[in-house]
Design a protein around this ligand. Structure first.
Ligand SMILES: *Cc1c(COP(=O)(O)O)cnc(C)c1O
Length: 227
């Protein structure tokens, strides 16, 4: 089995190749290592291989795991659904919250950031572009109002949009969703686009992604919980 270091190198190469194919500067794409359900040792291995940007999908899981981690230069993104009542904890743990989906949550995060004296907490809006009931995110109908409302909050910095398209075995199935999110980003004057996972990040880069969230291609299959 390939090591995490080898997997990371291979993913970075694929990110660079996809960027060049799309006529983009590879440095315009941030590789986020999604380490949910991975043990601290695996995260440390990725850090030692030079990875600095990581993502978790649960506040509680990360709270438990990070006690055993000492990664001074790591930046953490939250990429899972966040309940308003956990906003305060999330604001202390993560540098970027990618999953704002309501004005209520945005306000809670703003209050938390203000109390923490954080300059401004970077946030993104998760957009639900398909009808699946299992998906999180704000609808396209709600998006302009939520973006405007979030921008009014002094302690948040709205940087961009994030989405998880419906899964299709063929990664090409995700392309129309990626394109649509890019169009929304342009329309709203935003610059950061978080889209693309292990099986479709190359398509996402071709469609303008600036953050790819890659888990299994780096760490292998996920376990059942933190260790
Ligand atoms: C788990 C997860 C990922 C990573 O998925 P892989 O298929 O393992 O690369 C990306 N984004 C979100 C929102 C996730 O929950």
């Amino acid at each position: 089995m390939a090591s995490i270091r080898e997997n990371l190198a291979a993913v970075r190469e694929r990110v660079e190749a996809a960027s060049r194919r799309a006529g983009r500067d590879p440095r315009s794409v941030l590789l986020l290592a999604v380490c949910k359900k991975q043990p601290a040792a695996a995260i440390r291995e990725a850090y030692e291989a030079g990875q600095r940007h990581f993502a978790e999908n649960q506040v509680q899981e990360f709270e438990q795991k990070r006690a055993g981690l000492d990664l001074p230069h790591a930046e953490w993104h939250l990429i899972g659904h966040l309940q308003s009542n956990k906003a305060r904890r999330a604001a202390t743990l993560f540098q970027v919250i990618e999953t704002v989906d309501s004005i209520r949550l945005a306000r809670r995060l703003n209050d938390a950031a203000r109390d923490l004296d954080a300059v401004r907490l970077r946030v993104m809006i998760e957009v639900k572009l398909s009808a699946e009931p299992s998906k999180e995110g704000c609808s396209e109908q709600e998006l302009p109002e939520l973006a405007a409302g979030t921008r009014e909050l002094a302690n948040l910095e709205l940087v961009g949009l994030m989405t998880v398209p419906p899964f299709t075995a063929d990664p090409e199935g995700a392309r129309p969703y990626f394109r649509r999110l890019w169009e929304w980003n342009e329309r709203l004057g935003l610059s950061v686009l978080s889209m693309g996972m292990s099986h479709d990040f190359e398509v996402a880069i071709e469609e303008g992604s600036t953050i790819v969230r890659v888990g299994t291609a780096i760490f292998g299959e996920r376990g059942t919980g933190p260790e």
